[in-house]
Write a protein that binds this ligand. Sequence first.
Ligand SMILES: [Zn+2]
Length: 158
Amino acid sequence: MDTTKKNNSVYSKSDTGKVVLADEEWKKILPQDVFYIARMKGTERPGTSKYDKFSETGTYYCAACGNGLFKSDTKFESGCGWPSFYEPVSKSSIIYTPDNTHGMQRTEVQCGRCKAHLGHVFDDGPPPTGLRYCINGVVLDFEKAKEAEKSFKEKPQQ
Ligand SMILES: [Zn+2]
């Protein structure tokens, strides 16, 4: 297990049970930057995420609870400065909430398991969904696909 998760007993990539913790509890178990985004609905500075310009094959998980959120094959280069995806892993992996703060009408996306703030979804994405999930890289954990799966998916000319 990742050493940054050693105090985080709710982190699991297999348990789908909902996680409900008070902010004081989250504060104890999450790294400061993850806590700020996930629980305080913060936003990382654009272009600062290591996942912004990143194209490895694998799966992105919620950094707070380990819930599977996005697959790398739905990631695209939006140029907005944050990791962007057009579709979540499944319908239940994400919760949608209207967000009318900052004088804008937006839709906030939260983790379907622990309700961590992830980012927002916009309707200017590419096909097939036309959606752009604009996600803070700080709240994403990436796990590389197994080597066999990766070579199977890679096209010969790449
Ligand atoms: Zn979560």
